[in-house]
Write a protein that binds this ligand. Structure first.
Ligand SMILES: NC(=O)c1ccc[n+]([C@@H]2O[C@H](COP(=O)([O-])OP(=O)(O)OC[C@H]3O[C@@H](n4cnc5c(N)ncnc54)[C@H](OP(=O)(O)O)[C@@H]3O)[C@@H](O)[C@H]2O)c1
Length: 269
């Protein structure tokens, strides 16, 4: 019997992480999934193990808490994990100077430091085996900065540059890395940010996509060994527009629209 491979997915309670979990369970992986909403993530784990006959381990984890991340690292470092998806993340809705430093520090810890620790712990075994895949979920914010996302976009830009550098560091080891930069995706993130349902509509170049679209595109790109994956045409178009727009005009237009329509009024870490 062929032994199942194992994937570790951070932030698999809902949205993009849950979509990776569903798709990879269907593909025959055993799963280790992390989240904080215990009942919801456990329900997903039960559903996937019953439907696909895979093992699903749930880890309840606050990624901005270094001690909890260290405990996770300790428990996984000697295990055979074939794929890692660093997906967990959250947004905020205030200007940098109006947002508490505490929340922004939590964001840096959860988006960057926690995922760095996990990658650092798993890489030696992957390199030894000469195989493995790491997917870092960044955002269109890595390329398209906007008001009220300074720390969010900053951490996502870090993930993009970091992944591209890792790709070069890991050349010839058999370990593959990818950074995914989704645009507007319909997930719980927007509910938590307080974005009203009526604002989650396609508008001109701003098109909403599903978590499933992100995951299908990411896994297709992984097969093609692409390092940077932009899953939707709308984000690709916005990137192109940014490249041909003079800097000052980009800041004016983006600033105008996002100051006017904003990112909601919630603030959920
Ligand atoms: N939705 C978008 O438009 C969009 C666009 C580009 C990139 N992204 C990125 O996609 C990733 C997934 O987000 P999503 O849109 O799927 O949102 P989501 O449905 O809210 O899922 C976020 C996941 O991350 C977990 N999480 C968030 N903060 C955490 C923390 N401090 N510690 C531990 N776990 C934490 C959540 O756990 P609990 O729910 O259990 O608390 C949840 O499982 C994020 O990195 C986000 O930045 C989203």
């Amino acid at each position: 019997m062929i032994e199942k491979q194992t994937v570790l997915i951070t932030g698999a309670t809902s949205g993009i992480g849950a979509a990776y979990a569903r798709r990879l369970a269907e593909d025959g992986f055993n799963l280790i999934i992390t989240g904080r909403r215990e009942a919801k993530i456990q329900a997903l784990a039960d559903e996937l193990s019953q439907t696909h006959g895979c093992e699903v381990e749930v880890v309840i984890l606050e990624l901005s808490n270094p001690k909890e991340v260290d405990d996770l690292v300790e428990s996984i470092k000697d295990r055979s994990i074939n794929m890692l998806i660093n997906n967990a993340g959250f947004g905020t809705t205030k200007f940098f100077h109006e947002e508490s430093l505490e929340i922004q520090e939590k964001m840096v810890s959860a988006h960057i430091l926690a995922h760095m620790k996990i990658v650092h712990a798993l890489l030696p075994e992957m390199i030894k085996k000469g195989a493995g895949a790491i997917i870092n979920v960044s955002s269109m914010g890595a390329f398209l900065p906007s008001p009220k996302t300074a720390t969010y976009s900053g951490t996502k830009a870090f993930l993009r540059a970091w992944t591209e550098c890792l790709h070069m560091d890991l050349e010839g080891t058999g370990v593959q890395v990818q950074v995914v930069c989704p645009g507007l995706t319909k997930t719980d993130m927007h509910i938590r940010l307080g974005i009203p349902e009526e604002a989650v509509v396609d508008w001109g170049p701003f098109q909403w996509i599903s978590p499933k679209t992100v995951v299908e595109s990411s896994l297709r790109s992984l097969k093609k060994k692409k390092v940077v994956c932009i899953p939707d045409r709308s984000t690709k178009m916005q990137l192109f527009m940014r490249q041909i727009t003079p800097e000052s005009l980009y800041y004016k237009i983006t600033g105008y629209f996002l100051r006017k329509y904003g990112w909601g009024d919630g603030n959920r870490s």
